[in-house]
Ligand binder design. Structure first.
Ligand SMILES: [Zn+2]
Length: 497
């Protein structure tokens, strides 16, 4: 400021004393030091990528930068100063004013947010961005609400206008979409248990219980104690932690509630149209006649709470009489749920599948018994296969026994697979840590085998055996055989005539 004043004073004095010509000469001398300059700066005003500042020469037109800043959800309109906000200069415009300027980016809203709310369901799509003037295709992800059918999306401000998943949306406004639901049969029959062991719940109709990870589908006439769900949930959490497998792996897709052919082959299939997403479906059935083979796979768990008491020989098509079990068999539940976890990731051999399920049930019941009295009772009644085998497991036989997997097995030899498999898992956890199964699972998964549980083929048996060696080393079967001999496991032999 001081220097400018001085120059001005010099100029005025010179003009006065020497006249116009001399004054202009003096001014030229002044100009030779540099013409009068004005500083132009840019501020992206919430955006980014503002241009470098510029110098404006007195009386010389300046071209503003052609580069434009960006801001998510906005469109750049131009540059303006706070002192002349009405004068908006587009990028690349001419600037002629002989004054400096602090330019701020002027923004127009260009984008709207589309938000989805599952409205008591789950699995709503992520937010989407709607660009002004362009048509948006709404997410095709459909949320799920157990016991309901998804009808579409609507906003509370326009509740009559229903958008399908994947529909076109052309309004230039944001939307808070809520899922619109239609109740399916029995969808209103959602029940909760009070957690008190002595308070028994009896289902008078088909009904369901829903938790974060599971959906329990109850037959008519099921009786369960109040602490049932609490105990099963504890088992689910314990299995997830022990195996290091998620109950909803990314690779697992499950759209509809599985049909249990054994029970619901009659026209009455209560869960028609039901979806549970990736929640574990737990069927609580009165009829324990359904065998594992009739199930649609162990991605669900079927829990029988009743014994078969008698069968009517006169009419074999009627369901057998049933009797309630004396206690809830949480060991069996832990076994079945282990199948759910392992088979949602990938299938493996019968011996590994059943052995793992029995190994896990022991680990889980042991860890939960202290805090869960009902599980402690089940633990005390737990039955483990621990009997005579057709041949002892040792360094010479272990690999062949694993490979053979009792594939032509009678029922008794099938049970042998449970026993050898459980001992194998015990060995592996001792030698390689609790995440042994995860290691094996990942290798088998990567092999992309086409395999149906219990159907033995040479090719799959070889792949399962090779997978063991890849996971745990070439000598894993020799080590396992030696471990069995050392620990006196799987050594008793049944002598056949
Ligand atoms: Zn099993």
């Amino acid at each position: 400021m001081k220097r400018v004043k001085k120059i001005l004073v010099v100029f005025v004095m010179t003009f006065a004393v020497l006249g116009t010509w001399a004054a202009l000469r003096a001014f030229s001398a002044q100009a030779a030091e540099g013409p009068k300059m004005y500083t132009i700066t840019y501020n992206a005003n919430g955006g980014e990528g503002e241009p470098e500042g510029q110098k404006k020469i007195h009386d010389v037109t300046l071209i503003l930068p052609s580069e434009i800043p960006t801001r998510a959800g906005y469109k750049f309109r131009g540059w303006a100063t706070t002192t002349h906000p009405q004068d908006i200069y587009p990028a690349g415009a001419e600037y002629t004013a002989n004054r400096g300027a602090k330019f701020y980016a002027i923004w127009d809203v260009n984008e709207y947010t589309i938000h989805y709310n599952a409205n008591d369901g789950f699995g709503a799509p992520d937010d989407q961005k709607k660009i002004k003037g362009e048509t948006l295709v709404l997410s095709d992800v459909m949320p799920i609400r157990v016991g309901y059918e998804f009808r579409g999306w609507a906003t509370t401000t326009h509740p009559d206008e229903l958008f399908d998943a994947g529909a076109e949306y052309s309004y230039d406004r944001g939307a808070n979409f809520y899922a619109i639901w239609k109740q399916l049969p029995y969808g209103a029959n959602k029940v909760t248990l009070d957690g008190v062991k002595e308070h028994h719940f009896v289902s008078s109709d088909y009904c369901f219980i829903e938790t974060e990870k599971c959906v329990y589908l109850l037959d008519k006439g099921i009786e369960i104690p109040g602490d049932f769900v609490e105990n099963v949930e504890a088992i689910v959490d314990a299995i997830e932690e022990l195996l290091g497998l998620s109950y909803q792996p990314d690779t697992y897709e499950q759209a509809s509630v599985n049909k249990l052919y054994g029970v619901y082959s009659s026209p009455e299939y209560p869960w028609e149209g039901w979806k549970a997403g990736k929640k574990i479906q737990i069927f609580l059935n009165v009829n324990s006649e359904i065998s594992y083979a009739q199930r649609t796979g162990a991605m669900l768990a079927k829990i029988d709470l009743y014994f078969v008491e008698t069968e009517d020989p006169e009419s074999p098509t009627t369901l057998p009489e049933t009797e309630k079990q004396a206690h809830i068999d949480y060991a069996m539940i832990a076994h079945e749920l282990t199948h759910t976890f392992s088979q949602r990731s990938c299938y493996t051999s019968k011996m590994m599948t059943e052995g793992l399920a029995d190994y896990v049930k022991v680990r889980v019941l042991n860890s939960l018994s202290a805090d869960h009295p009902s599980i402690a009772i089940a633990k005390d009644h737990m039955v483990l296969h621990n009997w005579y085998l057709p041949e002892a497991v040792n360094a010479d036989t272990a690999e062949r026994i694993f490979m053979d997997d009792y594939h032509n097995a009678s029922v008794i030899e099938r049970e042998d697979g449970y026993y050898v498999g459980r001992v194998l898992c015990t060995f592996l956890s001792e030698r390689f840590g609790d995440d042994f199964y995860r290691r094996y699972n990942d290798i088998i998964y990567a092999k992309h085998l086409m395999y149906f549980y219990g159907i033995w083929t040479e090719e799959n048996a070889q792949a399962f055996t090779d997978g063991m060696k890849e996971a745990f080393g070439e000598d894993v079967f020799i080590e396992f055989g030696n471990w069995c001999v050392e620990h006196d496991q799987c050594q008793r032999i049944i002598y056949k005539e």
